[in-house]
Design a protein around this ligand. Structure first.
Ligand code: IMP
Length: 167
């Protein structure tokens, strides 16, 4: 049985998410912004972030298949249209960048006005794809983390902080 070690306490998460939300709104301006939450991991992050972005926010959801086999990522479900909209992809964590690259390509084919991306966590040391993350909450080392939406075999998702899983 592994154990958990706190990496980012709840208070630090919430403070950073407030900053990110305000920064996204400041850079985007007052116009409508379609926020695309990547299920399931980004659920809590997206819920907190969009309230700090504020203003004219539209919230959509995308669900990916085969996330455990990152060589074959497919989009299972997108809740609405992105055509002619300014969009921002809300991710929980970016590691190789393959998920974000696949999703970006999928959305791009659906004629959005623009696509940007934000990830709560970034593990840059394992990057394999040349992707741009426009906003990053925290850069973290090459460790497996859980909590605040992130799970290990369905466990630890509802923690209000991010923890390193130590096997
Ligand atoms: P990427 O396609 O390699 O960038 O991986 C992104 C996806 O891998 C995330 O959306 C998560 O589902 C999963 N993932 C990567 N690292 C972790 C981790 O430390 N904890 C939980 N899930 C992770």
């Amino acid at each position: 049985m592994g154990h958990l070690k706190s990496l980012i306490p709840a208070i630090a998460l919430q403070a950073r998410i407030e900053e990110l939300g305000k920064e996204i709104r400041r850079q985007h301006g007052p116009g409508p912004l379609t926020c695309i939450c990547v299920l399931r991991g980004a659920l809590f992050f997206a819920a907190d972030l969009v309230r700090h972005i504020g203003g004219d926010v539209r919230l959509e959801f995308v669900h990916l298949k085969n996330q455990s086999d990152s060589l074959d990522i497919e989009i299972a479900y997108l809740s609405g249209s992105v055509s002619d909209q300014d969009c921002i992809i809300i991710e929980d964590i970016v590691e190789t960048g393959l998920t974000l690259r696949t999703l970006w390509t999928y959305l791009q084919e659906r004629s959005p006005r623009s696509i940007r991306s934000v990830s709560l966590l970034d593990k840059p040391c394992n990057r394999q794809q040349d992707i741009t993350l426009d906003f990053i909450g925290f850069s973290i080392p090459d460790e497996f983390v859980v909590g605040y939406g992130l799970d290990l075999h369905g466990q630890h998702r509802v923690l209000d902080y991010i923890a390193t899983y130590i096997p």
